[in-house]
Design a protein around this ligand. Structure first.
Ligand code: SF4
Length: 256
């Protein structure tokens, strides 16, 4: 469905709802939708299809702070809730790894930090095992910056709208690699409906950045058997970073 079709449908439903409820039409902000992006069938490729590309309003004056301020004031999709704070992300300004989950959970929203709870503690351990740390060489964020109600999955429309901020963050941060966590983020970046187990652990490219998908720490908390594949993915990440960054490579070699 196109953005215009969605807008017309939403307007129609709102007006019908207003008249049924109160008999008059409320004034509301203009809707912003995006065209659906298509999940292409898996053909052994992980290139992003044209139609999946959100169009970022990249501005030369973008800074992480201005992007974060826009995110905190954003009401561009249905995940906006007036009394809940959006979570822009946190980390260093020139990260080796930009780590991207699907969305903050309720606890992250309350804390104003991504991955603040149990899954976050596990993520820190995962990253630490390959000498990555949110305070030193990572930036951690999510595809959607607001928490879906009941911690449900982020919908493709919501991801597509919010990805504009993510892409602006990427362009500013210029990470050496992107680590995508969980099936929702991976399917968005790789634009595929392929089974997640088949697309994780293989380096792809997103907007010129090397991207590796692995399981979300939440998946790992639910299923301890995923420890081994996650460790394999982290080793692949470590190898790629050693190729790309000599200081990191030296630190790994010295650390044994
Ligand atoms: S999820 Fe993203 S696009 Fe939607 S309201 Fe929050 S910041 Fe805005």
């Amino acid at each position: 469905m196109t953005a215009e079709q969605k807008k017309q449908m939403a307007l129609f439903l709102d007006i019908a709802g207003d008249y049924l409820r109160d008999g008059y039409k409320r004034v509301r902000e203009e809707y912003r939708f995006s065209d659906d992006f298509s999940y292409t069938p898996a053909v052994g490729s992980v290139q992003l299809a044209e139609s999946a590309e959100p169009v970022p309003r990249v501005q030369n004056t973008d800074s992480l702070e201005t992007i974060a301020a826009e995110i905190r004031g954003c009401s561009r999709c249905g995940l906006h809730a007036p009394r809940a704070q959006a979570v822009p992300g946190e980390g260093v300004k020139r990260p080796l790894a930009m780590v991207i989950g699907d969305a903050p959970d309720g606890g992250d929203t309350a804390a104003g930090r991504p991955f603040s709870g149990e899954a976050g503690a596990l993520l820190d351990k995962m990253l630490g095992s390959v000498r990555l740390f949110r305070e030193r060489n990572c930036f951690i964020t999510n595809l959607a910056k607001c928490s879906p109600p009941g911690d449900r999955d982020v919908l493709p429309d919501e991801a597509a709208v919010c990805a504009e901020y993510l892409i602006r963050q990427m362009n500013r941060l210029k990470p050496a690699v992107i680590l995508s966590l969980g099936r929702i983020s991976a399917r968005f970046f790789l634009n595929t409906g392929e089974e997640f187990g088949k697309i994780r652990g293989v380096f792809a490219e997103y907007r010129g950045f090397p991207l590796l998908a692995t399981y979300h720490p939440r998946d790992l908390l639910a299923d301890g058997d995923l420890k081994r594949p996650v460790w394999e993915d982290l080793k692949a990440l470590r190898s790629k970073l050693m190729e790309l960054d000599e200081h990191y490579a030296l630190e790994i070699r010295e650390g044994g």
